[in-house]
Design a protein around this ligand. Structure first.
Ligand code: NAD
Ligand code: ZN
Ligand code: ZN
Length: 340
């Protein structure tokens, strides 16, 4: 089977022929149909973060396809079922976090496309308990971006506890942000969308954003303050100064939800303002299986739109460049059914 492989950090991925993977106990083999390119895959391929994957590895945690072989002990999935294989590839199911609805914080978790091979491939393995069934009516091409971009922003809005009429700042309208805008609207919020390209701001308007802020020329914090300040800011831009800007644009009691993961990222949080204004800074990492089930449900009910460009897996290196330059409508999805 063909796969796109990171052989060394910072080098172009290599398309390789690899042996078909064999599912172990509790696993399934998935024939991948669609696989989204998350900015996290670029961080993985560059070795950007303190905890690094070990090359060679296959990135990708938005893989969607059909189950084609069951490992021992798998009874709740059948050959032919369509599943999504998210970042949370496996968690222990026994620790405090797993038992309290926070499996995304499990210290023993294995991350797809990082701690084990991921979805940039014609076939992949998944732990059956963490392979999310995709409902009928959600295409593989739409399910792919929902599997990370969707669940992550849906969860970030839950974490922020957004209520109707509140002002939510969405900083960065890329793969994650274009869905964040929609979940914030579903929650009943007013949305301020912030980006640095005309296309992304236009897209945000199309998706229902009430206020557009161009971080190239507007003072983000000032514009937000002029509108009373944000009750919540969801930081999705891969840029430290963008975090600081929305933090400064919070209203009293507001919450900064950190989601993007720029390499070596840090921001200064002014103690005086944070204390006097009672603001919070919260980290939010992907979402649980239940969150993803809700994301798929909303999409099956016609409540969200996935904006993506479909490309062949061979385009992986150019596609990464295009994401880094912001030359992508929202999400790139590799179509693995080409030539099948
Ligand atoms: P993306 O490249 O598709 O989107 C980033 C967007 O930010 C682009 O639209 C870009 O134009 C915009 N942007 C750049 N500079 C900006 C600025 N100064 N102000 C406002 N907007 C700006 O990336 P993505 O796939 O949406 O991922 C975003 C980040 O989130 C990445 O760092 C990724 O690793 C991270 N991520 C985190 C989680 C999590 O669970 N915490 C999950 C998935 C992705
Ligand atoms: Zn992701
Ligand atoms: Zn656990």
């Amino acid at each position: 089977m063909r796969a796109a492989v990171v052989r060394a950090f910072g080098e172009p991925l290599v398309i390789e022929d690899r042996p078909d993977p064999v599912p172990g106990p509790g696993q399934v083999r998935v024939r991948v149909e669609a696989s989204g390119l998350c900015h996290t895959d670029i961080h993985a391929a560059h070795g950007d973060w303190p905890v690094k994957p070990s090359p060679p590895f296959v990135p990708g945690h938005e893989g969607v396809g059909r189950v084609e072989e069951l490992g021992d002990g798998v009874t709740h999935l059948a050959v032919g079922d369509r599943v999504a294989v998210p970042w949370l590839g496996w968690a222990c199911g026994r620790c405090e976090h797993c038992l309290s609805g926070w499996e995304t914080l499990c210290e023993r978790q294995i991350n797809t496309g990082y701690g084990c091979d991921g979805g940039y491939a014609e076939q992949m393995l998944a732990w059956a308990d963490f392979a999310q069934p995709v409902p009928d009516g959600v295409s593989a091409l739409d399910a792919a971006p929902l599997t990370c971009a969707g669940v992550t922003t849906y969860k970030a809005l839950k974490v922020a506890g957004v209520r109707p009429t509140q002002l939510v700042a969405v900083s960065g309208v890329g793969g994650l942000g274009h869905l964040a805008v929609q979940y914030a609207k579903i929650a009943g919020a007013r949305v301020a969308a912030i980006d640095v390209t005309d296309d992304k701001l236009e897209l945000a308007a199309e998706l229902g954003a009430d206020l557009l802020i161009d971080a190239r020329k507007d003072d983000v914090a000032q514009v937000l303050k002029r509108h009373g300040g944000a009750h919540a800011a969801i930081a999705l831009a891969v840029n430290e100064s963008a975090f600081a800007a929305v933090n400064a644009g919070l209203r009293r009691g507001g919450k900064l939800v950190m989601v993007a993961l720029p390499a070596h990222g840090t921001i200064e949080v002014p103690i005086f303002d944070t204390v006097l204004n009672g603001t919070s800074v919260i980290g939010s990492i992907v979402g649980t299986r239940q969150d993803l089930a809700e994301v798929f449900r909303l999409h099956a009910d016609g409540r969200t739109r996935v904006i993506s460009e479909t490309r062949p897996l061979d385009s992986v290196n150019r596609s990464i460049e295009d994401v880094l330059h912001g030359d992508v409508r929202a999400r790139i999805v590799f179509d693995l059914t080409e030539g099948r």
